[in-house]
Design a protein around this ligand. Structure first.
Ligand code: ZN
Length: 203
């Protein structure tokens, strides 16, 4: 079963948002067009409490985009973003949601960040996504959304590790850092993932 996994298409990751991904809004019409080509569509949502440890302002002298050690994990300190029940954490208003069967929220534990839709960054707590997909019979996963070099990338790595086939739809994602995205794409390919353009799916 072909499944589309839409990662974090939320207002705060759009141009003008708290943690804007350059040209992030350009992917919304592509994702809308993609949805009807899939048997199952699910989404993830970054969903932080105000006291989340990934926010620079929650660390004394914390600077945005600085990397610190957080309980043994390298952690980028982000601007405050995707706080639960705020306009910034809502899905982009133009994203079609009628085909999205389930939304998996992540980053709800204040003490650990969660880039992947499957696990937190320490790989301790699962969101239940892998079990849900197995029960649905989903084997071929296609990923889109934001940001390519963080949440989309780590979701793909976890999907591969969980034994799913995983494909990145390259024009339906945007990166925070272009060179980091190049490294991410190489790692996806090395680990057995695929990368394709949406036109291949539309054909
Ligand atoms: Zn976050």
């Amino acid at each position: 079963m072909k499944t589309l996994v839409i990662i974090d298409v939320q207002n705060d990751f759009m141009p003008g948002g708290a943690l804007a991904v350059p040209r992030g809004d350009e992917i919304v019409p592509i994702i809308n067009k993609l949805q009807k080509h899939f048997d199952l569509v699910i989404a993830t949502q970054d969903w932080h409490p105000e006291n989340h440890s990934s926010f620079a302002e929650n660390h004394p002298n914390g600077k945005e985009f600085e990397i610190i050690d957080l309980n043994g994990q390298a952690q980028v300190l982000w601007p405050v973003h995707c706080v639960q029940n705020t306009q910034g954490s809502e899905l982009h208003p133009e994203l079609q949601t009628s085909k999205i069967e389930a939304i998996f929220r992540k980053g709800t534990d204040h003490s650990v960040d969660s880039y992947s839709g499957f696990y937190d960054n320490a790989h301790i707590k699962s969101t239940g996504l892998a079990g849900y997909l197995r029960e649905k019979g989903a084997k071929e996963l296609y990923f889109c959304g934001l940001a390519a070099d963080f949440c989309v990338f780590y979701s793909i790595l976890d999907a591969l590790e969980e034994g799913f086939s995983a494909c990145l739809i390259e024009d339906a994602t945007r990166a925070i850092d272009a060179s980091k995205f190049d490294e991410a794409k190489n790692e996806i390919l090395e680990k057995g993932g695929k990368i394709m353009h949406s036109e291949v799916i539309f054909e």
